[in-house]
Design a protein around this ligand. Structure first.
Ligand SMILES: *Cc1c(COP(=O)(O)O)cnc(C)c1O
Length: 372
């Protein structure tokens, strides 16, 4: 009988530690009779703006909407036009790319680097055309994708820098939090993210006051005054109850990220296998530049390894099995080839890395992996 069992993203154990506070927060919202547009969303927005170090934070329905609303707000402001191009990593989660399509813009896929899984700097400039208006940077797996040469490039071409910060809550670059590095940023609080709600929620951060007010309007039917609609907006708002949960969990996220780093170093120190490639750590950056949303290894025998681990009670996942350019939903990319991206999708495997796990759990997983 197999008694050893380590789950991947065990949300029950993640939220159990805060259950009392979360229940109290939920009760307060229920008793208040006020479920949208209330003090809790406003307080969470203020806390998020302060945490990130920006002037404005706006709660919205989810991470995809956050990205979409930023892009559409730039269109409403006349800074982007339909058909303009947006650079985006080819190996991101499909939401990043869908948001660009949804806004009527053209996603231009760029290969990642095989060592960081983030955008390969050298590949960006050749993809810039007179129609390029923005780069959507993705801090994939929790690792910051930003440096001085990228900053210089964005400035030289006058591009907007939009961060997809869904996977890197709490990460920093030279003391600046992700979400404050560019012109605007999108956050997702999907339950499994480093700061996770108990349902869907998202947010936008920016220092641009006009962008913030356009996003606010777009997320509420294009209206800032009741029954007066200035633009054709949507309904994408953060619920009071999710804001109340997020306010509780925001207090613990730095501690949890620190714990994730400790678990990650345990993996890095203890996995020793000739057929497994570990994530590369850039020692030039300080350790706060990675918040380990996922611990992703690579192996040419990925599928066998996944099966082996599962037979030993270790759940793993693949982020992601099919790259966006090969998805049925995106015929626009048919015929394009991205060899690095395709290799990543063939070889990556995400190991369990919940803040609910212990160093002993990780050591045990390492011993199992080394026996593969
Ligand atoms: C989770 C995620 C999103 C989308 O967030 P939702 O809240 O699920 O809409 C966008 N981009 C990336 C990179 C993500 O990981």
């Amino acid at each position: 009988m197999n008694i050893f069992m380590i789950k991947f993203s065990d949300l029950q154990s993640i939220n159990k530690r805060y259950a009392e506070e979360l229940k109290r927060a939920a009760n307060e919202v229920i008793d208040s009779g006020w479920y949208l547009f209330g003090d809790r969303v406003r307080q969470f927005e203020d806390s998020l703006a302060a945490y990130t170090g920006v002037s404005y934070a706006l709660g919205v329905g989810n991470g995809l909407d956050a990205l979409r609303l930023i892009l559409l707000a730039y269109i409403e402001k006349g800074e982007f036009n339909k058909g303009d191009e947006v650079i985006v990593p080819a190996n991101t989660y499909i939401a990043t790319i869908l948001s660009i399509f949804h806004a009527g813009l053209v996603p231009v896929l760029v290969e990642p680097s095989l060592s960081s899984y983030n955008l390969d700097f050298k590949q960006i400039e050749p993809k810039i055309t007179p129609k390029t208006k923005a780069i959507v940077l993705v801090h994939l797996y929790g690792r910051v994708c930003w440096d001085h040469q990228m900053k210089e490039l964005v400035q030289r071409f006058g591009l907007k820098l939009i961060e997809d910060n869904a996977q890197a809550f709490g990460a920093e670059w030279e003391g600046v939090k992700t979400g404050a590095l560019g012109d605007a940023a999108a956050f997702s609080f999907f339950p499994t993210k480093n700061l996770g709600a108990l349902g869907d929620a998202g947010a936008i951060t920016t220092n641009d006051r006009e962008l913030a007010s356009m996003v606010r309007m777009l997320s509420n039917y294009g209206s800032s005054e009741k029954y007066q609609n200035k633009v054709k907006g949507f309904n994408s708002r953060m619920d009071e109850i999710q804001a109340a949960f997020l306010q509780v969990k925001l207090r613990y996220v730095d501690k949890e990220n620190q714990w994730r780093r400790q678990l990650a170093s345990c993996y890095l120190d203890n996995i020793l296998h000739e057929n497994i490639i570990l994530p590369k750590i850039d020692h030039v950056l300080d350790n706060k530049s990675h918040v380990w949303h996922l611990f992703v290894i690579r192996s040419s025998q990925r599928d066998l390894l996944k099966q082996f681990l599962s037979s030993k009670g270790v759940q793993t996942q693949i982020h992601y099995p099919v790259p966006p350019h090969l998805q049925e939903a995106c015929p626009e990319f048919s015929g394009l080839s991205f060899p690095v991206t395709e290799q990543i999708h063939r070889e990556v495997l995400s190991l369990p890395l919940d803040p609910g796990l212990s160093v002993e759990d990780i050591r045990e997983v390492c011993a199992i992996i080394n026996g593969f």
